[in-house]
Structures are given as C-alpha cells and as structure tokens.
Design a protein around this ligand. Structure first.
Ligand SMILES: [Zn+2]
Ligand SMILES: [Zn+2]
Length: 359
C-alpha cells in the first residue's frame, strides 16, 4: 500500500515522499491519518531549532487522529473503522519510572520526534499506544487529544499534590492551546470551581471567559512586568493557590511566583530555558514549583471530553490546512499572536486530490 507524507530535514526543508507500507503484523494497527495538529515542537523540528533528542529525516506529527484500516493477527482491542488517536510518549511499560508515570519512561521514544510520526496518509502503530474515540466524535477534534492530555496530566499532578484543588483559586497564564487545555482539564475533568486565565492578547482572555474561565482579577492588577515580589503581602487574600504557567515567558513565571499564596504551587509547563526570580519567595511561602510532561495516562478521559464537549474542544482550532500545503501551515503556526492550533488535513476534498495525484 502506498502512502504519501511529509518528511522534515530541519532548516525549513520539507519533502513530500511516497512510501510503500507493509500490512500490519503481530500487534500492529494500520492507521489512515485524518488530521495532525502542529505544536511548538513541530515548528522547532521544521526549523531545525528543536533542542531535545530528534531524528531526521522525520515524519513529524505527535498530535493526530485517524481511522483503523486493518489490524495484525494479535490485535484484540481495535477493528477496521475505529476512530483512534495515540501516545506521543512511547513507553517501555516495564522500567521503574513507567510504574509511576509512563511519560518519564527511561527508555522513552517520542512519536513524531525521535521516531516517525503521523505526517503521512498511512502508518503502522503498536496497539498499546492507541486509544479509541467515540464513534460519533469529530475526527478534527480527536486530533486535539494529545495537547488536551498534556493539560489533563498537569492538572492531575497538581490535584494529587493538592487534594482540595477543586475549591482553590487557580490561575492559568497563557491562552494558547496548552493554556486552554489546562483550563478545560481543571474545569471539566477536575471539577474546579474557580479558574482565571490571563494572556497579554485580550481576545484570548475573552475566548477563555466565554469558555468558562473567570475574568482575570489580581493578575491583571499586578500587570505584566513580572515585578510582583511584594504583591499584596502574604495574607492579603489575593493571589492564587495554584498557577499553571503555559506561556513560556520568563516574566510570566516571575509574576506567577509573586502571585502565589502561602503554600501555593506553580505548575511550569512553558519550556522556559532559564529565568531569574526571587527563590526566597518559594521558601517564605513554603510554596512548590512543579513540572509535568506528556499526556500518556489521560487519553481515555480526554476522549470522553472531546465527545462530550465538542464546542469547548473546538476552541483550540484556529486553522485547517490541506497537508500538501504544509509550508503554509507552519507559517500560520509561527504566528502565535493570531493562531491557536493549526490542523493539517490528510483527508477531505483537497487532500484527496493530492492523494489521487500520488504515483
Ligand atoms: Zn505537542
Ligand atoms: Zn519505561
């Protein structure tokens, strides 16, 4: 079977290739890609600036949806026609870290980053890295599962550290795809009553408020300068118990530390290479800085969210682009002020033309 796809070489070098695919063997599943979401790491892989482990030439695409074409003889959980998505964290399942958080597997490979991903019409994947979506789910939205799962995993980690999280005052910094994913995970999956979202782009705040966030209060008063060290005093009642930093801005992280209430926690999701801040505030407030990586472990509840709240999930999508216009898609994704999630479409009328044109 022939499959057309997009291979990255770094340095904006993007190649359309046609490859021959074998039938699924053993516990493999053959997937027909529907959509691939572009995220910051994909842009880095495209430009050649991605700093973590990666392997060129590379089919990228770790945020995806598709349908099952056929299954290997040992596959038990999937059959032809199932709507599916899958893990970015390809875990071993047996190491000491897999027992605690598979996203930290010591033998981890990352789908679409260290090994070939979904940026092609067809691909083979092991059954254990796949999840079935609701038959009625919109496949465009199923492609959002991975970023939604990243938000869900971060929310779970904070809740596990803070059992009273649902009643606490929470702030999400950054209204991009991961910020919105955190907002939805906190409100819908964790049942948190009060979550503000703040972004320097006002339309993003308005969008979050329309989707259930509270209007930013104390954070807006503190301003965006990051100098909130003495903000309101420790017991002013202002500030936040838990802050999810998703913007990637050092100033935002510094501000988050200043806005923490005593015994508060900052969840750092923004991949900030370095930041200078008053560490003594962490000591004085007996506060916590936490991290979270990956979304494995959350796909089942995220897929329920996608099926149950399509009007919320669709807030993440800003553009849909046929996969044979990938250069344009990456240019759109780079415009972070205006774009949220850009979905590359591997099906549909225009992608279909490209498929018929394949040799
Ligand atoms: Zn991603
Ligand atoms: Zn492992």
């Amino acid at each position: 079977m022939q499959s057309k796809g997009i291979v990255l070489h770094g340095g904006k070098q993007l190649e359309m290739v046609t490859a021959e695919l074998q039938s699924p063997a053993g516990s493999q599943v053959l997937v027909r890609t529907h959509a691939v979401g572009l995220c910051g790491s994909d842009s880095g892989l495209y430009l050649g600036t991605y700093e973590g482990p990666r392997n060129y030439p590379l089919y990228f695409g770790h945020e995806w949806s598709g349908t099952v074409v056929s299954v290997g003889p040992d596959v038990t959980r999937f059959r032809q026609g199932d709507k599916v998505t899958g893990d970015c964290s390809l875990y071993c399942g047996t190491c000491q870290f897999c027992g605690r958080d598979k996203n930290l597997c010591q033998h981890i490979e990352k789908f679409g980053i260290t090994v070939d991903g979904a940026s092609r019409q067809l691909f083979l994947q092991e059954e254990r890295y796949l999840y079935r979506a609701d038959p009625g789910a919109d496949l465009d939205l199923v492609a959002l599962s991975e970023p939604l799962a990243v938000g869900a995993h971060a929310a779970r980690r904070v809740r596990e550290a803070r059992p009273n999280l649902a009643k606490e005052k929470i702030l999400v910094l950054g209204g991009g795809a991961i910020g919105l994913s955190c907002l939805f995970a906190l409100k819908v999956l964790e049942g948190c009553e009060y979550v503000e979202l703040y972004d320097l782009v006002e339309e993003r705040v308005a969008k979050a408020v329309a989707a259930g966030a509270a209007s930013p209060t104390d954070v807006a008063a503190a301003g965006g300068d990051g100098d909130a060290a003495d903000y309101g005093g420790l017991y002013s009642g202002r500030g936040y118990d838990a802050i999810f930093e998703t913007s990637g801005s050092p100033a935002a992280f510094r501000m988050a530390v200043g806005l923490l209430r005593p015994l508060g926690a900052v969840m750092a999701l923004g991949f900030i290479p370095s930041v200078e801040f008053g560490l003594k505030q962490i000591t004085l407030k007996a506060a916590q800085i936490m991290g979270s990586i990956g979304g494995t472990g959350e796909f089942d509840r995220v897929l329920e969210f996608v099926a149950g709240y399509p009007e919320l999930a669709s807030q993440l999508v800003s553009h849909r682009v046929p996969f044979d216009e990938a250069d344009r898609a990456f240019a759109l994704a780079a415009d972070r002020g205006r774009s949220m999630k850009v979905l590359l479409q591997f099906q549909g009328p225009r992608a279909g033309q490209a498929r018929r044109g394949a040799p």
